[in-house]
Design a protein around this ligand. Structure first.
Ligand SMILES: *[C@@H]1O[C@H](CO)[C@@H](O)[C@H](O)[C@H]1NC(C)=O
Ligand SMILES: *[C@@H]1O[C@H](CO)[C@@H](O)[C@H](O)[C@H]1NC(C)=O
Ligand SMILES: *[C@@H]1O[C@H](CO)[C@@H](O)[C@H](O)[C@H]1NC(C)=O
Ligand SMILES: *[C@@H]1O[C@H](CO)[C@@H](O)[C@H](O)[C@H]1NC(C)=O
Ligand SMILES: *[C@@H]1O[C@H](CO)[C@@H](O)[C@H](O)[C@H]1NC(C)=O
Length: 447
């Protein structure tokens, strides 16, 4: 830990004005009794400026300890506006509330003291999850025929759910803020400030979507530096060389988050083999006895329907069967290791499949599945909906042709029963739900 005086001295030497910590978001750490406070400050903070204090009560915070930071700019912005992304781990026993505050300027200013709820590592566990959500959607995009309207962004409802304890943590599987880098990153600032209404108090994990690509050269700066940086310890602990793909376990569930663009964009192809080799190692290390549930988050679907365009045809097939049918096919791994659920966004609507494998449904119910269930949930806050213009497929269980703005909640009840609910942005009530029952050894793997 850097002494406070040293940190302040660095600030004085840099001639920096105090720069408050904003956009508070907690995330997981490889140690279940530690959380990481992620946050952003404007401008370039000097090394040593990142601090966190925590304790069991608001008036019993311990001494400050240091975190790490990275300065990033936006090369597509005329003023190259720079920000600093911070990550500060602090002790937070699982299943308990820990109070914390952070500073981005060596202690010149502090965030409000906030309650951090580190989830208990057991059943039941509820996780709110969705793709494709920002806060400016409603004002920016006009509704189109078939779009149900209503509050475009789910942020206020997710904050209310979080305050009520309806979920323990959240996951946003890409196309965050839509787009983080718009207006030189100001759109990302607005989203993450709004999202702090839930992410400051319960862990939030972010995945990478195509809209994090940041311009024609695709440096993915806003994902790698801003969203991914505080997740670095988690990624590293899963053996990943990149914050763009990782796996992590929270009590009874193992999550895998992938960078779907590696299958789709030529500029990202070079990362595909490395990601795939990592995925094979991660899944081989996956311990079903310790974590019965295996869930994959990938921004783009490998089973979906929409229109005749590439997204749910050649692109979904490239992910499922591999590029040109050979390179890095995902489905054989989902089948071999028995992935229970696969979540994607990217197309702006909601649909779910029956358990599927090798292009066909294995059954038309969710009891003792012999395949992976795919949920397409990409309408939490982008609007308008992508219209379904192709017929419903035999393996497709449900599609929302009214395009209600909705988000998801997965509840793991025990090792064999889970409930998935799709919830209205407007009020958090259930729009669609299904119960997954899987009492098979190894959840039926291999499929
Ligand atoms: C933009 O800002 C980043 C981060 O401060 C810096 O590394 C980069 O050199 C800057 N680019 C230009 C062209 O000034
Ligand atoms: C950079 O430019 C953008 C867009 O004009 C503006 O919103 C932002 O405030 C500017 N940032 C700085 C640090 O001047
Ligand atoms: C801190 O708390 C005060 C009082 O509740 C509130 O007015 C202020 O907006 C909060 N600041 C931040 C950065 O959330
Ligand atoms: C798991 O939860 C389901 C739904 O609540 C219940 O019916 C079932 O008995 C539970 N199984 C065990 C082993 O507790
Ligand atoms: C919740 O919102 C949806 C969408 O606006 C609406 O159809 C439904 O009736 C509402 N339910 C309740 C209980 O308010």
């Amino acid at each position: 830990m850097l002494p406070l005086t040293t940190a302040l001295l660095l600030l004085v030497q840099a001639g920096a004005a105090p720069s408050p910590a904003t956009q508070l978001r907690l995330t997981f750490h490889p140690d279940p009794d530690t959380l990481v406070a992620g946050f952003t400050s404007m401008g370039a903070a000097p090394p040593g400026a990142t601090l966190v204090q925590s304790g069991p009560a608001p008036d019993a915070l311990g001494a400050p300890s240091s975190g790490t930071s990275v300065v990033f700019g936006n090369q597509y912005c005329p003023n190259n506006s720079s920000r600093t992304s911070h990550a500060a781990p602090f002790p937070a026993p699982a299943g308990a509330v820990t109070y914390y505050r952070v500073s981005a300027d060596g202690g010149a200013t502090w965030s409000n003291v906030t309650a951090a709820h580190n989830p208990a590592r057991g059943y039941p566990m509820s996780i709110a999850l969705w793709g494709d959500m920002g806060v400016e959607c409603g004002g920016v995009l006009p509704p189109q025929p078939g779009f149900a309207g209503g509050p475009c962004t789910a942020v206020p409802q997710i904050a209310a759910d979080s305050a009520a304890g309806a979920h323990a943590w959240t996951a946003h599987f890409g196309d965050v803020a839509y787009n983080m880098d718009d207006r030189c990153g100001a759109k990302g600032d607005a989203f993450l400030d709004a999202a702090a209404t839930y992410s400051a108090s319960r862990p939030a994990v972010y995945g990478n979507g195509n809209h994090e690509g940041s311009g024609p050269l695709k440096p993915y700066t806003e994902f790698v530096q801003r969203l991914g940086f505080p997740q670095g310890a988690l990624a590293k602990a899963s053996g990943s060389s990149s914050v763009r793909w990782m796996s992590w376990a929270v009590g009874p569930v193992t999550f895998v988050s992938l960078d779907a663009d590696a299958w789709i964009y030529p500029l990202v192809y070079p990362l595909l083999d490395e990601q795939y080799a990592w995925l094979q190692r991660a899944l081989t290390a996956f311990n079903r006895a310790a974590t019965p549930w295996l869930i994959v988050l990938n921004h783009r679907a490998s089973y979906c329907t929409k229109s005749e365009d590439d997204e749910c045809n050649s692109e979904a097939e490239a992910i499922r069967n591999g590029q040109l049918g050979v390179r890095a096919p995902l489905e054989p791994l989902l089948a071999k290791f028995g992935a229970d659920l696969y979540f994607a966004g990217h197309t702006h609507h909601y649909e779910r499949t029956w358990p599927v494998v090798r292009g066909a449904a294995t059954q038309t119910n969710y009891v003792e599945p012999r395949g992976t269930v795919h949920v397409q949930s990409g309408i939490a806050g982008t609007g308008p909906g992508d219209e379904f213009t192709v017929p419903q497929q035999p393996w497709e269980a449900f599609r929302d042709t009214a395009y209600w703005p909705t988000y998801g909640r997965l509840t793991l009840l025990n090792a064999t029963h889970a409930r998935y609910e799709q919830l209205f942005n407007a009020n958090g009530t259930v729009f669609d739900a299904f119960d997954l029952v899987n009492t098979q050894p190894a959840h039926g793997a291999p499929f």
